[in-house]
Design a protein around this ligand. Structure first.
Ligand code: NAD
Length: 274
């Protein structure tokens, strides 16, 4: 299916690996121009090279020009980092058609041990940063009559995870904000806003969470991994490619009537009917 977004510009944050990388891969395979971001320059450049190759494959099959891939290594949770993204040579300024907000998740732990600074960092990374990114692009999207805003949040928004108190709290704030924004005047001007809620995906982030659980309980890592995969009705973890495929569809022309939703991808783990 042609998703009708070739030639659009997407900002994908946290795109050197994991779920952000899966989203960037799926979008460039539709001919979307990318500005990709992550903190580490070397892994980001390596990811950008792979993404350019994927874009070249799309261009050769479609008989079109190759999509552009601009890489900006910076911490997206800082004002300086976001300014570097908007000012990136070869990028579209703030005139993005698509943004995928994403950054590393907060640390695991017992909430009794978290300081006020820990909470400030979590709220900044997982609530305020997406809001700042949205603020910079949303009015331009509405003026041009097309926009797709996606936030990578977590299944913890629907079913809180005890060792992820920082995530449970901070992401719920973003979810409430998005619910209001999606239903404001922008919906009638072609701009949709949705959250993608990953369950258990096989990325470095999940591996770190499994290691924390193994250490906490003194259980071998392989046993923790197998036990957690066994809890998922699909009996496995998800892949970044599966995550990226849904991201690309939500960004498509066809998904113009889908807004204000929290889309859970968890292999059936969440036990509720709705
Ligand atoms: P990951 O660790 O595999 O990748 C994170 C990416 O974000 C990397 O490219 C990293 O360089 C980049 N990044 C981190 N902090 C950044 C910052 N401040 N500025 C710019 N880039 C930054 O993680 P992932 O599994 O892809 O997770 C992505 C998001 O989804 C996280 O917020 C995570 O908590 C959440 N999540 C993941 C899972 C899962 O199972 N993997 C489940 C629920 C929620």
């Amino acid at each position: 299916m042609d998703l009708g977004i070739a030639g659009r510009w997407a900002l994908v944050c946290g795109a050197s690996k994991g779920l952000g990388h899966g989203c960037a891969k799926a979008l460039v395979a539709e001919g979307v121009n990318l500005l990709v971001n992550a903190r580490g320059a070397a892994p980001l450049q390596q990811a950008a090279t792979e993404l350019r190759a994927a874009g070249a494959r799309w261009a050769s099959a479609a008989g079109q020009n190759e999509p552009k891939v601009v890489a900006v290594a910076c911490d997206i949770t800082t004002a300086e980092g976001r300014a570097a993204v908007w000012a990136a040579p070869g990028g579209p300024g703030t005139a993005f058609d698509i943004i995928v907000t994403n950054a590393g998740g907060p640390p695991t732990g017992n909430f009794r041990d978290f300081t006020s600074d820990d909470w400030q960092r979590a709220v900044n990374a997982n609530m305020l940063t997406p809001i700042e990114l949205i603020k910079a692009v949303v009015d331009g999207m509405a003026e041009r009559g097309f926009g797709r805003i996606l936030n990578i949040t977590s299944s913890a928004v629907k079913a809180p995870i005890d060792i992820l108190a920082l995530s449970n709290g901070a992401r719920s704030g973003l979810t409430g904000f998005v619910a209001g924004l999606a239903r404001s005047g922008i919906a009638a001007r072609g701009v949709t806003v949705n959250n993608l809620l990953p369950g258990k995906f096989d990325t470095d982030r999940l591996r770190a969470t499994l290691e924390a659980a193994a250490q906490k309980t003194g259980t071998p890592l392989a046993d923790v991994r197998n036990a957690q995969a066994a809890q998922v009705p699909a009996r496995r973890f998800g892949t970044p490619d599966e995550f990226g495929a849904l991201c690309a569809f939500v960004c498509s022309q066809q998904a113009g009537y889908l807004t204000g939703q929290n889309l859970l991808l968890d292999g059936g783990l969440y036990p509720g009917t709705f």
